[in-house]
Design a binder for this molecule. Structure first.
Ligand code: SF4
Length: 393
């Protein structure tokens, strides 16, 4: 089994090429793919419509192996959080969120994350490595088929997948796209493009590539209406500022399965939740990008130095957006009792990049009203007027 290949890593095209290498017809791959992803089979002996000769060949050369589960926590509201072992001291999380009309699985794309968003628990842990395709899809494979068993059903359980767990999916593009294709494949999970969402902090060139390779629903972590503030909350903004990001969103919409982009906006007390910033957000987006805004209650953790906006402030912010005609939702927090809410996925990460050391712990500087950038764009000469982090006004 040392050099045996894990078939969870192949999309249908890859599996067909693999079957050809074994001297088999390409159509055998479709049968095999269905057994793996639609029926959850992990044992070639179960695959009764495959020729015995093929099953024997596969048994010596390949395997179908899930990620080891370190822990499972079930919330009072039905949310389930799994911690998967991805080796070398790293672990990633996936969360199942059942609702009346859908069941969503939130999965991870990296062990840790190198982007280092200020409000994100994963970002504070640093980055270890990209997950491979099989490690991404194994989270869905395990969740789907273990849930079918416990719910005693042959019907599909998971109706939606969101790439919003640990990691920036577009910084692991090569592994992400085959995994997305498996989710969309009618012989695999058969999810429509509207029901698979990639959430990104704004890796502009990869948004353009995703549009061509696997245009699924797109969510963008915005969190601020101007560059000075977003530079501090989402450091990737220094490389791809808001104007470039919004241009790429508009290009994406030409092929997107939905006619809007979802902008995620984590509500941080007295940092990005003021009426002035709501108005700035309206001016930024209204009539410029077809969008919906999802306001996310912040889940505080000690190292962030940030606080959750009160319900009143969230409501006031949302009301301004709604009055301006922007579709706005406030995310319900789920799985609070098992730390499964957005931004709380912590896993375990052997930080190889020391991102956590580079993250500035000082308070976020809030500039009232529109302002010129306080931090230089990546690659630009440092401006002498750049504002270092300092006390919040
Ligand atoms: S919010 Fe997303 S991109 Fe930002 S640090 Fe967390 S996992 Fe990375």
């Amino acid at each position: 089994m040392m050099d045996a290949v894990n078939l969870l890593g192949f999309d249908l095209q890859g599996l067909a090429a693999y079957c050809e290498q074994l001297g088999e017809k390409r159509f055998r791959a479709t049968q095999l793919f269905r057994w793996i992803h639609q029926k959850g089979a992990a044992d070639f002996a179960q695959m009764s419509d495959l020729a015995k000769s093929l099953r024997d060949k596969l048994a010596g050369r390949a395997h179908i192996t899930a990620l080891p589960v370190i822990s499972e926590h079930v919330s009072a509201d039905g949310t389930i959080k799994w911690l998967f072992d991805v080796g070398q001291g790293n672990a990633v999380e996936a969360v199942y969120i059942p609702e009346d009309d859908r069941a969503t699985l939130c999965i991870s794309s990296q062990a840790g994350c190198a982007v280092g968003c200020r409000f994100c628990s994963t970002g504070h842990q640093g980055f270890s490595r990209n997950l491979e395709t099989w490690e991404i899809i194994a989270q869905l494979w395990y969740a789907e088929h273990s849930l079918r068993q416990r719910l005693n059903t042959d019907e599909r359980v998971i109706s939606n997948v969101v790439m919003m767990g640990m990691g920036e999916p577009l910084q692991n593009y090569g592994a992400l796209v085959p995994a997305l294709r498996m989710m969309l494949d009618d012989h695999g999970y058969g999810l429509s493009r509207r029901r698979v969402t990639v959430s990104t902090s704004g890796v502009v060139p990869m948004i353009d590539r995703l549009r061509d390779d696997a245009p699924v629903a797109l969510a963008v972590s915005l969190h601020a209406p101007n560059d000075p503030l977003r530079d501090q909350l989402v450091p990737l903004n220094r490389k791809y500022p808001i104007a470039e990001l919004l241009d790429s969103c508009n290009r994406y919409l030409e092929r997107a399965p939905r006619d809007f982009i979802t902008f995620e906006y984590c509500m941080l007390d007295e940092v990005n939740d003021t009426p002035e910033l709501a108005r700035e957000l309206i001016a930024l987006l209204k009539g410029k990008v077809s969008c919906k805004i999802n306001l996310i209650p912040f889940n505080p953790f000690p190292a962030s130095g940030l606080k959750r906006s009160s319900n009143e402030r969230v409501k006031a912010f949302a009301d301004l957006l709604i009055q301006a005609g922007i579709i706005t939702t406030v995310r319900k927090t789920r799985g609070d009792d098992i730390d499964a809410a957005c931004g709380q996925l912590a896993g375990e990460v052997q930080d190889r990049t020391r991102v956590h050391l580079r993250m500035v712990r000082a308070p976020v500087v809030v500039q009232r009203g529109a302002a010129s950038p306080s931090t230089p764009r990546e690659g630009a000469a440092p401006a002498s007027t750049a504002n270092p982090p300092g006390p919040r006004p």
